[in-house]
Design a protein around this ligand. Structure first.
Ligand SMILES: Cc1cc2nc3c(=O)[nH]c(=O)nc-3n(C[C@H](O)[C@H](O)[C@H](O)COP(=O)(O)OP(=O)(O)OC[C@H]3O[C@@H](n4cnc5c(N)ncnc54)[C@H](O)[C@@H]3O)c2cc1C
Ligand code: SF4
Length: 518
């Protein structure tokens, strides 16, 4: 019988570090054992959507298979493995003891919680004579500390400033003189159209996976989850090849119209022209640079207009890198912010989608069915309602962290707490992202089939967004009045008569009291 090759290095690969281009995978070494784990500490830190757990487990399985086929030594600890101690550090410690590995390496995690746990555990192991090293995950374009350093001398943490610096640093969409292509940095003004029903939403060509076996394993382990598992047809790309195919498809069919309808909402088109790349990006199957390069190349080849390409690149080179930097600069305190002091629990229909408000039924329903909703559903429908209704931002954060396929705290928390709930008091957003029903009516077609009347402000059947919107500004006037971007709102409040203001406040109070049955 062959004696196994001793393990000189144990390497931890987290479920969101499935990057086959990382230097770890350049050259197989039989003395290096790579470990991937399905553990209860990761399935249970928040209640997750079933598809999110299935997709992560399935993607890890695919990754293990592909690296093993390349000759790498892999260990996949499954959730039902009797030796599984159900926490990353406990499993690592057991494996280190078993193999007597003198060295452990891990790629720096993106979540503060795991970063702290691994650093503390690593220090303990180092004290016992085991060498522990954290290496770069080689994914992001800006180092963790870059955003904090960039904004340290500035008064305001506005994404746009950082984005322009990133465009220059990475020479993206610049002309030969280093100026922005098209003569301007930002084409946002052109990217706010309502979708009239044409061009048609691109076909959903994502692969179908059957993961009933994985789902059965998750259920047998007793993992609590919510949302539809859709174990017969999981539609998320689970390896790099599938992710690249999704990128090709988006560049050809979605990108040309991405800009125009970036802010639109549509009852019959839940994906519109969005890329559906966030799971592949956040698990690092795709590198942001290649996605940006493909988009820029499409514009240079004349297959997508500049406003669409700039708008798309801004999301990845700008927002994605920026929110990650905000997260690292502000944690751990960031998670505790609650600027407005909101405490109301989330209504039960966040877990069923059963509400008569058509826009919310669609956005929450899509989230539960697909573990996905596009940006405007997340921001201007669900989060807008949550802020206007005074829901507890920590509860909203937990719901967002659990429900979306792409939700990892480094990106979810600043988006939810900062952009969505203004809970950081305006560090990330220059004003609260809230609207009345008129905006939702302008950007989409949900209101046509809603039980509520979008133009009505008060009285039975009036759109809840209207009274909640005006009540929000009346309630929080002392905190918001000094914001120069909100002058018009307060002038409109002042123009109302006392009776109108009182009726709005009464109706808003009634809506909050009956929130479960809206
Ligand atoms: C309240 C709220 C919570 C959110 N939570 C998450 C989350 O948990 N995970 C997540 O990846 N995104 C989150 N976002 C950002 C954005 O909504 C999603 O990235 C996007 O909907 C994913 O779908 P897509 O791949 O089709 O994106 P597209 O619309 O096609 O955009 C392309 C890519 O740009 C990036 N991107 C776009 N907007 C943002 C943003 N605001 N911040 C960071 N990256 C961005 C994503 O990587 C996305 O894949 C959140 C936004 C809001 C308002
Ligand atoms: S009427 Fe109000 S609640 Fe109904 S879909 Fe329109 S905005 Fe949403």
């Amino acid at each position: 019988m062959n004696t196994p090759v001793p393990v000189h290095t144990l390497r931890l690969v987290l479920g969101d570090q499935l990057n086959p281009l990382h230097r770890w995978w350049q050259q197989p070494d039989p003395g290096i054992l790579h470990v991937l784990m399905e553990v209860r500490s990761e399935t249970d830190y928040v209640r997750h959507h079933a598809q999110k757990i299935i997709a992560l487990f399935a993607a890890m399985e695919a990754f293990v298979g592909a690296r093993r086929a390349e000759g790498h030594r892999m260990r996949h600890v499954r959730i039902d493995d009797p030796s599984n101690r159900q926490s990353i550090c406990a499993n690592l410690e057991a494996l280190q003891a078993h193999y007597r590995a003198p060295r452990i390496e891990y790629q720096a995690p993106d979540e503060w919680r795991l970063d702290q746990a691994l650093a503390a555990w690593g220090a303990r192991m180092a004290a016992q004579g085991v060498a522990v090293e954290a290496v770069d995950s080689e994914h992001f374009l800006a180092p963790r500390a870059a955003v904090g350093a960039f904004f340290a001398p500035r008064r305001e943490w506005r994404m746009e400033h950082f984005y322009r610096a990133m465009r220059q640093q990475w020479r993206v969409l610049l002309d030969a003189r280093g100026k922005p292509e098209g003569g301007q940095w930002n084409f946002d003004q052109e990217n706010r159209k309502r979708w009239p029903g044409t061009p048609p939403e691109p076909a959903d060509r994502r692969p179908r996976h059957d993961h009933r076996v994985i789902w059965a394993r998750i259920q047998a382990a007793g993992v609590d989850s919510f949302g539809q598992p859709e174990a017969e047809a999981l539609r998320w790309p689970l390896d790099r090849n599938e992710a690249l195919a999704q990128l090709d498809d988006f560049i050809a069919h979605g990108l040309p119209h991405f800009g125009d309808y970036q802010d639109a909402l549509a009852e019959t088109a839940p994906r519109l022209f969005h890329s559906l790349l966030s799971f592949a990006l956040n698990t690092k199957m795709l590198h942001p640079r290649e996605v940006i390069q493909r988009a820029e190349a499409a514009w240079r080849a004349g297959t997508a207009p500049l406003p669409a390409v700039e708008g798309f690149i801004r999301q990845i080179l700008g927002w994605r890198e920026y929110v990650r930097g905000v997260y690292w600069a502000q944690m751990p305190d960031y998670a505790e912010h609650n600027f407005f002091g909101h405490t109301r629990p989330l209504p039960g229909w966040f877990w069923t989608g059963a509400t008569r408000m058509a826009c919310l039924a669609r956005a929450v329903g899509d989230s539960l069915a697909h573990a996905y909703a596009h940006h405007i559903q997340r921001l201007m429908v669900i989060s807008n309602f949550a802020l206007l209704a005074g829901l507890d931002p920590a509860g909203v954060h937990r719901w967002y962290l659990g429900v979306y396929i792409d939700a990892f705290e480094w990106v979810e928390l600043p988006n939810t707490l900062g952009m969505g709930q203004f809970a950081d008091g305006g560090l990330l957003a220059s004003k609260p992202y809230v609207s009345s029903g008129a905006y939702l009516d302008r950007m989409g077609d949900h209101c046509r089939q809603c039980s509520y009347a979008v133009r009505q402000r008060t009285g039975p059947g009036a759109c809840p967004f209207n009274a909640l919107y005006w009540d929000f500004f009346m309630t929080h006037r002392p905190r918001l009045e000094g914001n120069p971007r909100l002058g018009l709102v307060f002038r409109q409040v002042d123009k109302m008569g006392d009776a109108e203001r009182a009726a709005l406040r009464d109706y808003a109070a009634a809506l909050r009291a009956n929130i479960e049955t809206l």
